[in-house]
Write a protein that binds this ligand. Structure first.
Ligand code: NAD
Ligand code: MG
Ligand code: MG
Ligand code: MG
Ligand code: MG
Ligand code: MG
Length: 339
């Protein structure tokens, strides 16, 4: 079994005297900067001018240009959008890294797919929280944390692992568990998880269910509750106690339906297609497509995004959520003001 480390297993002395630059103040950036500051670390934020800069200043941070923050810091955590990182690294970070500094990521994409090639005389590691940035902050404030993976790509100082662990503890991840990985494993499993299961898989499953019901003439409101709203209630049970716990809570009728029908939706052919998605990730074919899509100004991303946002499930969902004040304002609305 993989070795999972907790707070008691991790020394923080190795990071205590170091200055940390958090580059970017979006979903992950604000959470890392605030959690590290609350853990007693010396944090500066590196940003371009704009809304994020205002927000970071309002939160009481010393906000510098990306170049200046990288220059001052010993540890540079890159929390920019993945597709922006290579350009900003070339222009503002690379020349400000000194021998023995640490260059850190929360996702392995740019190192693994060689979009960023750091100099040999710095440490390079990742600390990747396995959850959205807003929960990295919220759970920290609640005394808990989001688990994280850490992995070392380059250990120049001999201290890279110790610094990565102390950093993980500083953002609260060691309260939930910290697990060793490689850039390759983190990158490939993260991309696969979000494409096949968590994001692509779930949204496609929800839409297919909703469309099947509405095409058959059922009310969209009923289909929305059944296929989207209830998803959270089921996922909470899965999160708390796995498949068995969820099945314990549902009726035996639902559990029987789960057993006989679930495998008709996700069958061996679905798994074959999952394998081909994984293959596209492993061969770099997905990465190449995404890099080119960005270079082209995101024509396909923007077109699909527009179409998805006007799907009937979204229209009916907006109306129903208005009438459920206990359903929290979506993170997206908050995220917009920090970008
Ligand atoms: P984000 O889009 O929420 O925030 C990016 C930040 O970078 C913003 O503050 C933005 O203003 C700033 N920025 C953008 N372009 C810039 C530029 N040219 N110069 C200076 N600042 C610029 O990003 P995010 O979702 O927090 O992702 C950051 C990293 O964390 C990525 O590597 C991502 O894969 C990883 N990650 C994210 C999540 C998540 O919850 N969103 C989870 C795990 C890992
Ligand atoms: Mg420096
Ligand atoms: Mg992920
Ligand atoms: Mg990801
Ligand atoms: Mg039901
Ligand atoms: Mg039951």
């Amino acid at each position: 079994m993989a070795k999972v480390l907790y707070e008691k297993d991790i020394q923080d002395a190795v990071l205590k005297n170091k200055k940390i630059a958090v580059i970017g103040y979006g979903s992950q950036g604000h959470a890392h900067a605030m959690n590290l500051r609350d853990s007693g670390y010396d944090v500066v934020v590196g940003l371009r001018q704009g809304k994020s800069q205002q927000k970071a200043e309002e939160d009481g941070f010393n906000v510098l240009s990306v170049a200046e923050a990288s220059n001052q810091a010993d540890v540079v955590m890159v929390l920019l959008p993945d597709e922006m990182q290579p350009k900003v690294y070339e222009e503002s970070i690379k020349d400000n890294l000194e021998q023995g500094n640490a260059l850190v990521f929360a996702h392995g994409f740019n190192i693994h797919f060689t979009q960023i090639v750091p100099p040999a005389n710095v440490d390079v590691f990742l600390v990747a929280p396995k959850g959205p940035g807003h929960l990295v902050r919220r759970t920290f404030e609640e005394g808990a944390g989001v688990p994280a993976l850490y992995g070392v790509h380059q250990d120049y100082t001999g201290e890279a692992t110790a610094v990565a662990l102390a950093y993980s503890k500083g953002i609260g991840a060691a309260r939930a568990g910290v697990l060793e990985t490689s850039f390759q494993e983190e990158t490939e499993t993260d991309l696969f998880g979000e494409q096949a299961v968590l994001c692509g898989g779930v949204t496609s499953l929800i839409k297919a269910g909703f469309e099947t019901l509405t095409d058959a003439g059922y009310q969209p409101e009923v289909a929305y509750f059944e296929c989207l709203h209830e998803m959270k209630l089921i996922v909470d049970l899965l999160y708390e106690g796995g498949l068995e716990n969820m099945r314990y809570s549902i009726s035996d009728t639902a559990q029987w339906g789960d057993f006989v029908s679930g495998q008709r939706v996700v069958d061996d052919q679905t798994k074959e297609r999952m394998k081909s998605i994984l293959d596209d990730i492993q061969t770099g074919s997905f990465a190449k497509g995404w890099i080119l899509e960005n270079q082209a100004g995101r024509p396909q991303f923007n077109a699909i995004n527009r179409r998805e946002n006007s799907h009937p499930i979204e229209t009916v969902g907006r109306e129903l959520r208005e009438l459920m004040p206990f359903v929290k304002q979506p993170i997206n609305a908050k995220k917009k003001d920090v970008n």
